[in-house]
Design a protein around this ligand. Structure first.
Ligand code: PBG
Length: 333
C-alpha cells in the first residue's frame, strides 16, 4: 500500500513509544484513603481485600510505609462506635475524637505527609446520612452546614492540610472557607467533592464504616442519598457544581466515582484551571480485587492501566485504595 501516514511507525520500539507517551503515573499522583478505628488491632474489611480498619498504631505504620513508597497524601475515614452516633453527628467536631487524635499522632510521627480529611456526618450519624435528618425525613441543608464548619475547624486545629467536604450540601465550601479563615486557618486548602454522584459503587466503603443509611424507628429516614448526591444521569449539572465550588473558594475539585465518570473529569478539565482529583472508589476496587482473586484478570496490569486512564481523562490526582501497590509496581519499572 502507498500510505503517507503510518501511525505504527511511532509504536515500533519501546524507545519510540516512550518518546511520544502523553501521560505518566507517579506515586505523587496518589492520595491514599485509610480507615481507622478505636480497636487495638487491624481489622480486615470483607469486600475490600488488602484494606484494613487500622488501629492508631497500625495507621502510623501504614502511613510510614506509604511515605517510603513515595506517596505524599493520605485521607482518613473513621469507624465510629455506635454509642457515639447521634442525630446531629456532634461527635464529628469533638476535638478529642478519633480523627483529630489520629491527625495529631500522624503529624507527630510523619510530619511531612499531607493529611486530607473527610467532612460529612455519615460516620457520626445514627441515621447514616451526610446531614441531619429531620423528623419528616428531610436531609436539612443549612443546619448541617453549620455543623460541617465546626467539623472542618476541629480537623484543621488537629493539623489537617486539606479539608475534604464530601457531604454535597449546598453552600458548604463557602461556609467552610469562611469558618477556617475566621479561626486563622486561611492557609489550609479545601479539596471539594464537587461532582459526587449518588452511586452504588460506595457499597464496600459503607460496610467498612458501618455507615449506610439506616431506616430507623420513628422517622422516615431516606434509604439513599439522592436528595443531595448527584443523579448519575446528569453530566451538565457537574459544571454548575464546579462553578459554585470554584466561586466559593475550593482549591481542588473532585469527581466521584471515577471510572464510570471519566467523561465528567474530562468536561471539568475543559472548564477549570484548578487541579482535578478523581476518586477510584471502594466498589471499583472491590471489582478488580474479586476478578483478580479468581484469576480472571491481571491485577497489576489492570490497576496501572486504570490509574493512567484517570490521568488521560484530565485528573491530576487520584484517590485510590491501590495506592501502595501501584507505587510499588511503578518503582520496579
Ligand atoms: C462519606 C463518603 C463516602 C465515600 C467517601 N466519603 C460514602 C458515601 O457518600 O456514602 C465513598 C468512598 C468509597 O466508596 O470509596 N460522605
Amino acid at each position: 500500500m502507498e500510505l503517507t501516514y503510518r501511525p505504527r511507525r511511532l509504536r515500533r520500539t519501546p524507545a519510540l513509544r516512550a518518546m511520544v507517551r502523553e501521560h505518566h503515573l507517579s506515586a505523587t499522583d496518589f492520595i491514599y484513603p485509610l480507615f481507622v478505628h478505636e480497636g487495638a488491632t487491624n481489622e480486615p474489611i470483607g469486600a475490600m481485600p488488602g484494606a484494613m480498619r487500622w488501629s492508631l498504631e497500625g495507621l502510623v505504620q501504614e502511613v510510614g510505609r506509604a511515605w517510603d513508597l513515595g506517596i505524599r497524601c493520605v485521607v482518613l475515614f473513621p469507624k465510629v462506635a455506635d454509642g457515639l452516633k447521634t442525630e446531629d453527628g456532634a461527635e464529628s467536631f469533638n476535638e478529642g475524637g478519633l480523627i483529630p487524635r489520629a491527625i495529631r499522632r500522624l503529624k507527630e510521627m510523619h510530619p511531612e505527609m499531607a493529611i486530607m480529611t473527610d467532612v460529612a456526618l455519615d460516620p457520626y450519624s445514627c441515621d447514616g446520612h451526610d446531614g441531619i435528618v429531620s423528623e419528616e425525613g428531610e436531609v436539612l441543608n443549612d443546619e448541617t452546614v453549620s455543623i460541617l464548619c465546626r467539623q472542618a475547624v476541629a480537623q484543621a486545629r488537629a493539623g489537617a492540610d486539606l479539608i475534604g467536604p464530601s457531604d454535597m450540601m449546598d453552600g458548604r465550601v463557602g461556609a467552610i472557607r469562611e469558618a477556617l479563615d475566621e479561626e486563622g486557618f486561611e492557609h489550609i486548602g479545601i479539596i471539594s467533592y464537587t461532582a459526587k454522584y449518588s452511586s452504588a459503587y460506595y457499597g464496600p466503603f459503607r460496610e467498612a464504616l458501618d455507615s449506610a443509611p439506616r431506616v430507623g424507628a420513628g422517622k422516615p429516614v431516606p434509604n439513599d442519598k439522592s436528595t443531595y448526591q448527584m443523579d448519575p444521569a446528569n453530566g451538565r449539572e457537574s459544571l454548575t457544581e464546579a462553578l459554585l465550588d470554584e466561586q466559593e473558594g475550593a482549591d481542588i475539585l473532585m469527581v466521584k466515582p471515577g471510572l464510570a465518570y471519566l467523561d465528567i473529569i474530562y468536561r471539568l478539565r475543559g472548564e477549570t484551571e484548578l487541579p482535578i482529583a478523581a476518586y477510584n472508589v471502594s466498589g471499583e476496587y472491590a471489582m478488580v480485587k474479586a476478578a483478580a482473586e479468581k484469576g480472571w484478570i491481571d491485577e497489576r496490569a489492570v490497576v496501572l492501566e486504570t490509574l493512567l486512564c484517570f490521568k488521560r481523562a484530565g485528573a491530576n490526582l487520584i484517590l485510590t485504595y491501590h495506592a501502595c501497590d501501584a507505587a510499588q509496581w511503578l518503582s520496579k519499572g
